[in-house]
Design a protein around this ligand. Structure first.
Ligand code: UD1
Length: 438
């Protein structure tokens, strides 16, 4: 199994190109099931999760072909053509779904297009139980008949899905996306209330509209969809990854460096940019993206200071950046209180960060981080570590960049699910980071 070795203590300096957003790409790929015409997706990141979704769609009968890369090279994203001319299987098997929870996003499109679907329950996962009850209740509100049998969701809508009102009891990105896709082919009007407002949901809605869907209210918490008989072809570029961009912003801050995030969209990152600013990190919009770190006409002096952060649905502070922020707070000057409100078991990076010297106490959903920063270095030291999920893994990479000595990250496959060419992007800015293949 591959490992990543980091020798910490170097400030990052340079430019980092931001890839297409994984969490937008996955539902967009699933949307190809809704039409028998070709969906061309541009700016897809090259990631293990994208390969898993390709594999799943192929076994539903979708013809997937790589249409080359964006001019300018590997970092600029890949182009996939997806054509679901005929759906050969409406089953999403356990072997694929267990690898990637987002596989459940094929449920809505398959049911809407074919009137039936059999999709494995994703089961537990490292960051909590993550049920799919809201996906199921929502589809039932549109007339689907659903039962659970033998670990599978068996959904039927022999006469098609109907219009209806779905009020989500709490905000769910995946449930909103599944319902949004299903609603496009329903008979009548579907209203989704308390919908997730994440930019990735907006990206999906915009692409569906290009395919001929009639969705209104994009970006808001109420989505109104007038069902249509069929969807057609579209050509769509995936939005830049705000989580990847913010992770590299934190990499710049944690090493006291200065990095420009090329292609990052600051308007999708307001909560995290505000948090970084509050933590005394210089944040500047540029023509090409965002510059993080450095000093701006002497306005900011000194290092990172501790701040309190609470995760919340968009436009709040993303749960997908909680672990990375904790790594930054571990080296800040002063204390920070980090509260996780989205997932119940998302502090698995804490013991690993503590092995690197971080001072963190967890009580319930809150972590108290006493930063080691201030004059005289970060106070963290390298160690062999491993992590159990994607964002936890990258928080250990960030801590490693700020640590004295050598950090060895095990279970690198978590990183490969969500960060395209991580070690390449970081080493281009001066980090001492290498992948060791065993
Ligand atoms: C998506 C993102 C993930 C991110 C999360 C929250 C993708 C591929 N993944 O995951 O990176 O961390 O949003 O921003 O886009 N819940 C229920 N019942 C349901 C569905 C969800 O109780 O039917 C709960 C979950 O357990 C969790 C909360 O709702 O506590 C939010 O989850 P949700 O927004 O659905 O996350 P995902 O879509 O799985």
């Amino acid at each position: 199994m591959d490992k990543i070795r980091i020798r910490g203590g170097r400030s990052l300096r340079g430019k980092i190109p931001i890839s297409g957003a994984k969490n937008a790409a996955l539902p967009l790929m699933a949307a190809s099931l809704l039409s028998d015409e070709t969906l061309v997706l541009r700016n897809l990141p090259h990631l293990a999760d994208i390969a898993t979704m390709t594999h799943l769609l192929a076994q539903h009968g979708v013809e997937v072909s790589m249409a080359g890369e964006h001019p300018g090279g590997g970092h600029m994203g890949h182009v996939l053509k997806l054509r679901a001319g005929a759906i050969s299987s409406t089953e999403a098997p356990y072997d694929i779904v267990r690898k990637m929870r987002a596989s459940v996003l094929v449920l809505g499109p398959l049911l809407a297009r074919c009137g039936q679907a059999r999709v494995s329950l994703p089961g537990g996962c490292a960051i909590g139980t993550r049920p799919v009850d809201m996906h199921i209740r929502g589809l039932e509100a549109l007339g689907a008949e659903i039962e659970l049998d033998d670990g599978y969701i068996i959904a039927k809508a022999p006469h098609g899905l109907q219009g209806g009102v779905v009020v989500f009891p709490r905000i769910s990105v995946g449930a909103t996306e599944n319902l949004l896709m299903a609603a496009c082919l329903a008979k009548g009007e579907v209203v989704l209330e308390n919908a997730a407002r994440e930019p990735e949901v907006g990206d999906l809605a915009n692409c569906l509209n290009r395919m001929g869907a009639r969705i209104e209210g994009i970006g808001g918490d109420t989505l109104r969809i007038q069902g249509v008989d069929r969807l057609g072809a579209a050509d769509y570029a995936v939005l830049p990854d705000r989580i990847e961009a913010a992770t590299y912003a934190i990499a710049a801050a944690i090493t006291g460096g200065e990095v420009e995030l090329i292609g990052a969209q600051p308007e999708t990152m307001e909560a995290v940019l505000a948090a970084l600013s509050q933590a005394n990190v210089n944040v500047q919009r540029t023509e090409c993206g965002i510059r993080i770190g450095g000093t701006d006409a002497g306005e900011r002096n000194g290092g990172v200071i501790g701040i309190d952060v609470t995760t919340a649905p968009y436009p709040g502070f993303p749960t997908d950046l909680q672990a990375q922020m904790m790594a930054l707070m571990a080296v800040a000057d002063g204390a920070a209180m980090i509260t996780e409100t989205i997932f119940e078991n998302r502090f698995q990076h804490v013991p690993e960060l503590m092995r690197m010297g971080a001072d963190i106490a967890v009580k319930g959903a809150t972590a108290m981080v006493r930063g080691s920063g201030g004059p005289g270095g970060s106070g963290l030291h390298g160690a062999p570590v491993m992590a159990t999920d994607l964002r936890a893994s990258v928080s250990l990479v960030l801590a490693g960049l700020a640590s004295a000595g050598e950090t060895m990250i095990n279970r690198v496959y978590h990183l490969d699910r969500g960060y395209e060419r991580l070690e390449e992007k970081l080493s281009a800015c001066g980090a001492d980071i290498v992948r060791l293949t065993e």
